[in-house]
Design a protein around this ligand. Structure first.
Ligand code: BDR
Ligand code: CA
Length: 309
C-alpha cells in the first residue's frame, strides 16, 4: 500500500481518519504523530493511542509533537470534542504505548527508512509538519505529498472566514506552502458534504465490529455538539476525507490553484484565500478539493471499520 504518516489532534473525526488509514487496503500506515489542537497535546496523544488500541492496531508507533502553534497561543475546541477530546464513550486505557521519540524524530526515521517517498496526511493544525520541514530540508524530497484537512474555499467554522486548523496555526500553513512540496487542501467546502446522517450512522454501525460500536458512541456525542454549536446535527466528519483522498483519489475532485493564508487580518486571521478564478496572476501552488463522492466515501469508511477489530 501507499506509505503514509498521519499527523493529527484527535478529536472525534481524527479518530475516524486513523481508522480509515489503518483499515484501508490501499494504505500502509507507518506512523502517527500528534499535535496540540482540538485539545491539549497530552489528550490528543492519549486519544491517538486509544483510537489505535480500540481498533487492534498495535504495530504503528505514536509520537507526540508540538504542544501549540509556532507563534501563537493554542486555541482548543472542547465545545465540539469534550474536555478530553473524545467526549461520549467511556475511554479504555490505551494498550498502544507512546513512542519515546518526538514527532519530528519519528517522522524523520520513517521517511529515511521507507525507501520510497511517503505521503503525509495532516488532520490538525500544521505545526508539526512545519517544524519538520523548517528544521529538516533533507525531509523535503522524501515526502511524496502533503494532504491536509483544513481551510475552506468558502466560509470558516471558527470565525466567519477561518477554518479551525488554519486558524490555530496559520503560520505553519504558510511555512508548509512556502516549501513548494506537492500540497492538497481538503477544506470545509468539501468536508461539509461528509454528513453523518442517521442513515450513515446505521451504515457504519453495520460494520459490526467493536471499533464500529465505539465509533457510534463517538458520533453520538459529535453530532450532538455539532447540532448545538453549528446547527449541523449531522456533524460533518471532516478528517477522514483527507485520508480517502489519498486511498481513493477519485473520491475527491480537485483543482490546481493558488492558495494563500491570512496571517495578519483583523477579522480574518487564518482565512484561506483560494484563487479559483485565477484573478491574482500568481503561480498555482496547491491542489484544492472541490467535490466529494459522498456515497463512495462512506462506503470506504464502513469497509475500513469492518476490517478492524
Ligand atoms: C477540523 O477542526 C477540528 O475540530 C476537526 O478535528 C477537524 O480537523 C475541522 O475544522
Ligand atoms: Ca482534526
Amino acid at each position: 500500500g501507499i506509505p503514509i504518516i498521519i499527523d493529527c489532534d484527535p478529536g472525534h473525526d481524527d479518530v475516524f481518519a486513523l481508522w480509515l488509514a489503518a483499515g484501508h487496503p490501499a494504505l500502509d500506515l507507518r506512523a502517527v504523530t500528534t499535535v496540540g489542537g482540538n485539545v491539549p497535546l497530552e489528550h490528543t496523544s492519549r486519544n491517538a493511542r486509544i483510537a489505535l488500541s480500540v481498533a487492534g492496531v498495535e504495530d504503528v508507533p505514536v509520537a507526540a509533537g508540538a504542544v501549540g502553534p509556532l507563534g501563537r497561543a493554542l486555541q482548543t475546541a472542547e465545545w465540539i470534542h469534550g474536555e478530553n477530546g473524545l467526549g461520549g464513550p467511556e475511554l479504555p486505557e490505551p494498550t498502544v504505548p507512546l513512542d519515546p521519540r518526538t514527532a519530528t524524530e519519528l517522522m524523520m526515521d520513517v521517511l529515511r527508512e521507507a525507501g520510497e517517498p511517503v505521503t503525509v496526511i495532516a488532520t490538525g493544525p500544521l505545526t508539526n509538519v512545519a517544524i519538520l520541514l523548517r528544521d529538516h530540508a533533507e525531509a523535503w524530497p522524501l515526502i511524496r505529498e502533503i494532504v491536509w484537512m483544513g481551510g475552506s474555499t468558502e466560509r470558516g467554522n471558527v470565525t466567519p472566514y477561518a477554518e479551525f486548523n488554519a486558524w490555530v496555526d496559520p503560520d505553519a500553513l504558510a511555512v508548509v506552502l512556502e516549501t513548494g512540496i506537492h500540497f492538497t487542501m481538503i477544506g470545509l467546502n468539501v468536508t461539509h458534504a461528509a454528513l453523518v446522517t442517521p442513515a450513515v450512522r446505521e451504515q457504519l454501525a453495520a460494520a459490526g465490529t467493536a471499533t464500529a460500536a465505539f465509533g457510534d458512541e463517538l458520533l453520538d456525542f459529535f453530532c450532538r455538539t455539532n447540532g448545538e454549536v453549528f446547527g449541523l446535527p449531522d456533524g460533518p466528519l471532516h478528517d477522514p476525507v483527507a485520508v480517502a483522498a489519498v486511498a481513493e483519489p477519485t473520491v475527491v475532485r480537485r483543482v490546481r490553484t493558488r492558495l494563500d493564508v491570512e496571517l495578519t487580518g483583523v477579522e480574518t486571521v487564518g482565512a484561506t484565500s483560494v484563487d479559483l478564478d485565477g484573478v491574482l496572476d500568481r503561480e498555482p501552488n496547491a491542489w484544492v478539493a472541490t467535490d466529494l463522492d459522498v456515497d463512495r466515501f462512506w462506503e470506504s469508511v464502513g469497509e475500513a471499520l469492518a476490517r478492524l477489530r
